[in-house]
Design a protein around this ligand. Structure first.
Ligand code: MSP
Length: 656
């Protein structure tokens, strides 16, 4: 099933209602929000669904401890999610709670139908149950007597009902192989295919009420409730009226994206597709699994006590600062580390310095010299042409980054355009032009700068809607609304001369790192931050022969030829866990090099990155593979980070 361009239906996982929402939950929801907002800008009918998972043992236990009913418990806790989404400006069209009647009816109808058609049968269950994950495991799944996630399990033996999942195994493998977009990114698709190498069992879909009564009752056996995952997955179709409102269901299904975290890949790419197949419902177009937000190298989760509360970050830095950081920082599909210091640095550099400064400089000068109105531009010079080209390149990059799910790259391209606008300001020096009294030239410069800001405000609107609306008010164009089509942004010259500007104000006040950052980022003694040459022993040798005072003569430094390279291809070196083999573009030549970064980067994440390499090393063979050069990377406690180029630089450029 490929995505249908005439509609866009996106879902987030439904969150366990009893967990307090943290940055991880906020991330998936903001991502869905940003994609929905882009889709609406493109004029595509859009439906965005989120919600809460309210059945199951954890809610039942929590309610019992609190001395209230599970429903009361869910009613009290769901508010935390609803309030957070409101605060974050999340524009969902629907919020489903699995305790709602509209969901219960659909789940029961599906259960009844599958039971009647012998897709669900009665059997005996013997297995290991993890209360915290609400999942059964077989003997061979366990690792050291615990679940693969390290959670305690208990032995359970009882009569139960089973869904004939195993009979769809071959079909599913085939389907995944024939539909490369079905599971994204590619490495997650491979993970599911790997999982499907082992025989697939049938899925136990019932829980005896004697053990856990909180769930949707099986329509054919009132002593049982439905397994929480079977119930939860159905939300994606119950919310849009499956079996109840055909017109609405047909309007939105199949989903364009089920966004999920990588922790719930198997349920969404094995259970869900086989359930749909048994029901005779088409598959979603794409299940996209993003990575985890980590703190101190660990997955952020309540049980590990390392969660970051989104409300705290919003209180400190504002909604859009948080939305921006989450979207710009994570490469979709990879893990990312959340640090407050990194948060502040990115905010200060991209928003306060680059975008905020650009807006403030242009708007102040427009106010001073043109009485707060958009001026009529005069003849354009090469500088304006180049600013226009850089800005329109960002429009294209953003358009391409959305279907490619590389929002980080799209945002990066927009910030590059902002930097180019700042450079334009520096080089055309409107303040000098103002002094000289050449008002026509000044009008051209300020019009062009404002036009660039207009386009940028549209491009970043889905990511930071509040601030970009403010910017559009300042530019006097908010009343026009955001362009109905993202494509309109590609036209240069959208600002109308004489339009009165709004009142200019600071969009992104700079944050003082020392005052704000919770943890002063003193380097820990045991962590020696060092520039690290990823694979080559020669670096060690050089260190040993370095002069005693550790200082290098500049002549020696210049012997090392550092150059910019762009990664064209990346793949794992067979039988070497740590090594990646890269094909790089060094401007006038293409080369291959081997780098010890396989534990820190997925090959796909590297493609296109501009890195720094030592270009004049003697070629060496590493595990039988020729390496012609060496990349530079930094290492600290959170892992290895390769050096990349800030902005654009041509492959082959000298680094000095
Ligand atoms: N209720 C199930 C999902 C059922 S969907 C039919 C569930 N809920 S959850 O509350 O545990 O949250 C699930 C989702 O929250 C993850 O899949 C992911 O999208 C998000 N995240 C939770 N912790 C996360 C991180 N540390 N990092 C990024 N996202 C993570 O599982």
């Amino acid at each position: 099933m490929t995505a249908e361009p005439n509609k866009f239906y996106i879902t987030t996982p439904i969150y366990y209602v009893n967990d307090a929402p943290h940055i991880g939950h906020a991330y998936t929801t903001i991502l869905a929000d940003v994609l929905s907002r882009y889709s609406r800008l493109l004029g595509t009918p859009t439906h965005f669904l989120t919600g809460t998972d309210e059945h199951g043992q954890k809610v039942f236990e929590a309610a019992r401890k609190g001395g209230i009913t599970p429903q009361e418990h869910a009613d009290q806790t769901v508010v935390r999610f609803q309030e957070l989404w409101e605060r974050l400006g999340v524009s969902h069209d629907d919020f489903i709670r699995t305790t709602e009647e509209r969901h219960n009816v659909v789940v029961q109808k599906i259960l009844q139908d599958l039971h009647e058609r012998d897709e669900i049968y009665e059997g005996n269950y013997e297995g290991w149950y993890s209360v915290s994950e609400e999942r059964f495991y077989t003997d061979k799944d366990l690792i050291d007597g615990k679940s693969p996630e390290g959670k305690p399990v208990e032995k359970v033996m009882e009569k139960n009902y089973f869904f004939r999942m195993s009979k769809y195994q071959e079909w599913l493998i085939d389907y995944i192989e024939q539909n490369p977009e079905f599971i994204r990114p590619k490495h997650r698709r491979n993970e599911t295919l790997g999982y499907l190498q082992k025989p697939l069992g049938d899925l136990c879909i019932s829980r005896p009420k004697t053990r856990m009564p909180w769930g949707i009752e099986l329509p054919f056996d009132s002593d049982y409730v439905c397994y929480v995952w079977f119930d939860a997955l159905v939300n994606y179709i119950s919310a849009i009226g499956y079996g109840q409102n055909d017109e609405q269901f047909k309007k939105w299904w199949p989903a364009t994206y089920h966004l999920i975290g990588k922790d719930i890949l198997a349920t969404h790419t094995v259970y869900w597709p086989t359930m749909l197949k048994a029901m005779g419902v088409p598959q979603p177009c794409s299940v996209f699994a993003h990575g985890w937000w980590l703190t101190s190298g660990e997955k952020m989760s309540k049980s590990d006590g390392n969660v970051i509360n989104p409300m705290d970050m919003i209180d400190r830095y504002g909604v859009d600062a948080l939305r921006y950081y989450l979207m710009a920082e994570m490469t979709l599909g990879q893990d990312a580390t959340f640090t407050e210091k990194g948060f502040i640095e990115r905010y200060n550099s991209d928003l306060a310095n680059d975008l905020g400064n650009m807006a403030s400089r242009a708007l102040k000068m427009l106010d001073r010299h043109f009485e707060g109105r958009i001026p009529l531009p005069g003849p354009l010079t090469a500088a304006e042409d180049s600013l226009r080209d850089d800005t329109l390149r960002a429009v294209k990059a953003m358009e391409e980054s959305i279907p490619a799910m590389r929002l980080d790259q799209g945002i990066g391209a927009v910030i590059d355009a902002v930097r180019s606008a700042n450079r334009y300001f520096e080089s055309t020096a409107p303040w000098t032009v103002a002094k000289s009294g050449d008002m026509e030239r000044l009008a051209t410069i300020l019009y062009s700068a404002a036009e660039c800001l207009r386009i940028i405000s549209g491009l970043l609107y889905p990511v930071i809607p509040e601030k970009m609306t403010e910017l559009r008010v300042m530019l006097g164009i908010e009343k026009d609304g955001i362009e109905p089509s993202l494509k309109n942004l590609a036209g240069w010259g959208g600002l109308t001369p004489q339009t009165p500007l709004g009142k200019a104000a600071t969009l992104f006040p700079r944050v003082d790192v020392k005052k704000k950052s919770e943890q002063p980022q003193k380097p820990k003694k045991d962590v020696k931050k060092k520039m690290e040459a990823s694979t080559d022993k020669k670096v060690e040798e050089k260190k040993e022969s370095a002069p005693e005072d550790g200082l290098l003569d500049i002549k020696d430094f210049f012997k090392v030829q550092l150059r910019v390279a762009q990664i064209l291809e990346a793949e794992k070196v067979p039988k070497a866990d740590k090594l990646l083999q890269l094909q790089i573009d060094l401007g006038e030549e293409k080369r291959q090099l081997v780098a010890g970064i396989a534990e820190h980067y997925e090959p796909e994440a590297l493609i296109g990155k501009k890195i720094v390499v030592v270009a004049n090393l003697k070629p060496a063979k590493i595990r039988g593979v020729v390496s012609n050069g060496m990349l530079l990377a930094a290492r600290d406690e959170s892992g290895v980070k390769i050096l990349t180029i800030d902005g654009d630089a041509l492959p082959g450029s000298e680094v000095s």
